[in-house]
Design a protein around this ligand. Structure first.
Ligand code: DGL
Length: 246
């Protein structure tokens, strides 16, 4: 299977990492819209327009499947992408909700949803989690994490100051949904902040679990062919990929 992976920038590499670990696919084409990141501060129509333009770029590759490795796009543009694409398109919100529900035994577990402004504004996670009966939800837009990750700041004083700014009113959660694919890059720092007891849901691991449920994979591809494309400075993206995926 040849798949496309799309994100606004480098964040989707956290999903690629999970896909490589699971060795499900023979060929991966990654596209990061680095010229226009962040998407999380854009409005719905702009996010949909960018997402459809990404679908058009992927049409050069005859994909079997497209993975939207971006929560913001998954929350707003999945239907439009499905209409425009020649292959099936899967997003990360649905699989994130499924993974969360599987990790929890109590419906009143304290769930903290982190995401971009747009993802939190969409309430995509809250709607699905409430539908499944979860009652104790907190949500926080933590968009500043995106430029920090794009700047390759994964730890240290600046990040700690941003944590204090965002989390001062937050009750310690049982589980944190990393509702933005940039956030797993600062997972170690988040774990240090919230403590060992708190669980984390990662879009990459969640989508792998969901794909394994939907498709039957008979072969492992330990060394898939992988190509990286970006709308700006592709070499920068490749450098981050080399560092993050090694
Ligand atoms: N990585 C993206 C997500 O999962 C969004 C980052 C952004 O462009 O704001 O939501």
């Amino acid at each position: 299977m040849k798949i496309g992976v799309f994100d606004s920038g480098v964040g989707g590499l956290s999903v690629v990492k999970s896909l490589l670990h699971a060795a499900l696919f023979e060929e991966i084409i990654y596209f990061g819209d680095t010229a226009r990141v962040p998407y999380g501060i854009k409005d719905k129509n702009t996010i949909i327009r960018y997402a459809i333009e990404a679908v058009e770029c992927f049409k050069n590759f005859e994909l079997d499947l497209m993975i939207v490795a971006c929560n913001t796009v998954s929350a707003y543009a999945l239907e439009e992408m499905r209409e425009a694409a020649a292959s099936p398109v899967v997003g990360v919100v649905e699989s994130g909700v499924l993974a969360t529900s599987k990790m929890l035994t109590k419906k009143d577990a304290n769930i903290l949803i982190l995401g971009t402004q747009a993802t939190i504004r969409s309430q995509a996670y809250e709607k699905e989690l409430s539908r499944l009966g979860f009652t104790n939800l907190q949500a926080k837009a933590t968009g500043l994490f995106v430029p920090l990750v794009e700047e390759q700041i994964y730890s240290g004083k600046i990040l700690e100051a941003v944590f204090s700014h965002y989390f001062q009113d937050i009750q310690t959660p049982d589980i944190v949904i990393l509702g933005c694919t940039h956030f797993p890059l600062i997972l170690d720092a988040l774990r240090d902040y919230f403590g060992e007891e708190t669980l984390f849901v990662h879009s990459g691991d969640a989508i792998v679990a969901s794909l394994m449920q939907q498709f039957s994979f008979t072969q492992r591809y330990e060394n898939p062919k992988i190509e990286f494309f970006a709308s700006q400075s592709p070499d920068e993206l490749k450098k981050v990929a080399a560092r993050w995926l090694s």
